[in-house]
Write a protein that binds this ligand. Structure first.
Ligand code: PPY
Length: 349
């Protein structure tokens, strides 16, 4: 069954690369979600990613309580392809054409492999784009806000598990030192957390060193003996196999689509590992962008909304307990409820 309202797959006019836009749901409002410019063994894997990521965006907005829908764009690069600046521009203009052709049903933004400068290029063709640089009237890089929102989620979990929202002295393992992971690790280090970090890019060892963090190999991070594991890299890291190796109390991080398959959420719960759904913990970036660019909130008000993720997670954990559900089940129920309230015919629930 196709759960999505609309999926566009085009061969880019300039780049000849597969441009994929998945609009999962506009039940709550126009769809938004970033552009992932990434390598896939086959473009169909990019399509699968877009379908999953766009559905997660619907859930992200629903739980965050924002009137936006879920979408995502993917340009599937063949393995090993390196884009020179001209070709990158071609790709971005192809995406911009596709976004513009949807007439506002979907607005794009940054995701893995793209940032504010790319959004500036897209913004020359369409106004349906978030996170352009501030000098062009956008809300700029969303990663610091995603990091801050994840920290808010971590505080809720810490209060719940250890009776204090402070992460001072807490041991955390950050898996992935990209833009969000690095920023989050900095916030955690500044608060006095003891960090173990990794990245597939060995050059990031330097960043780890600067943060005073221990470095382990990427395939060891999930099994690190810490209080909380923080997935901050690409998705599907939580598998039936990797979850059996966890030695932490909780898994909470900004990476999208952390579960390899949905049943892994139950496995985590049965093993007594508190997992906050990724679409709850990672909402900070998009909450900030939409709050500033659509709802015209001040920086301070937008920041307060990002920080409110702490209360969202606290409420979710309380509800889960009261109803004897896992946090994942409680979050799914909340998403269904909010979509059904917006669309009583149940088209998108
Ligand atoms: C995500 O949260 O996964 C995103 O897609 C990021 C994003 C950030 C800002 C605007 C739109 C999407």
């Amino acid at each position: 069954m196709l759960d999505h309202e609309q999926v566009v797959v085009r061969s880019g006019r300039r780049s000849r690369l597969p441009v994929i836009v998945a609009v999962h749901s506009t039940a709550l409002g126009p769809a938004a979600g970033g552009l992932r410019l990434w390598h896939y063994p086959d473009w169909r894997d990019g399509l699968t990613d877009a379908l999953r990521l766009s559905a997660a965006m619907t859930a992200k907005f629903a739980v965050a309580g924002l009137p936006s829908g879920g979408g995502k764009a993917v340009v599937a690069l063949p393995e090993g392809m390196v884009l020179d600046p001209d070709r990158r521009r071609d790709v971005l203009e192809d995406v911009a054409d596709t976004v513009e052709s949807l007439g506002g049903t979907y607005a794009t933004g940054p995701d893995v492999g793209t940032g504010p400068d790319d959004m500036a290029v897209i913004g020359t063709t369409t106004r349906h784009v978030f996170s352009r640089p501030a000098r062009l009237g956008g809300s700029g890089d969303s990663s610091p806000h995603t990091a801050r929102g994840t920290l808010a989620a971590l505080r809720a979990v810490s209060r719940r598990l250890y009776g204090t929202a402070s992460l001072d002295g807490r041991r955390l393992a950050v898996a992935g030192l990209g833009r969000v992971g690095t920023e989050l690790a900095r916030l955690l280090a500044a608060e006095g957390a003891a960090l173990t970090v990794t990245d597939v890019d060995q050059d990031k060892r330097k960043t780890g060193h600067e943060l005073g963090a221990d470095w382990v190999a990427p395939d060891e991070i999930l099994a690190a003996p810490v209080d909380i594991v923080v997935p901050a890299a690409l998705g599907s890291c939580l598998t039936r196999q990797s979850v059996t190796r966890l030695r932490c109390d909780a898994v909470v991080g900004p990476a999208n689509n952390q579960l390899a398959t949905p049943d892994v959420a139950d496995l985590l719960h049965r093993r007594g590992v508190l997992w906050v759904p990724d679409y709850v913990a990672s909402a900070g970036g998009v909450v900030h962008a939409v709050s500033v660019e659509v709802h015209r909130l001040s920086a301070e008000e937008a920041r307060a909304r990002v920080d409110a993720i702490e209360h969202t997670v606290t409420d979710l954990l309380t509800t889960a307990d009261a109803q004897d559900l896992s946090p994942a089940q409680a979050a799914t129920a909340l998403v269904r409820q909010r979509l059904a309230a917006a669309d009583p015919a149940g088209r998108s629930a």
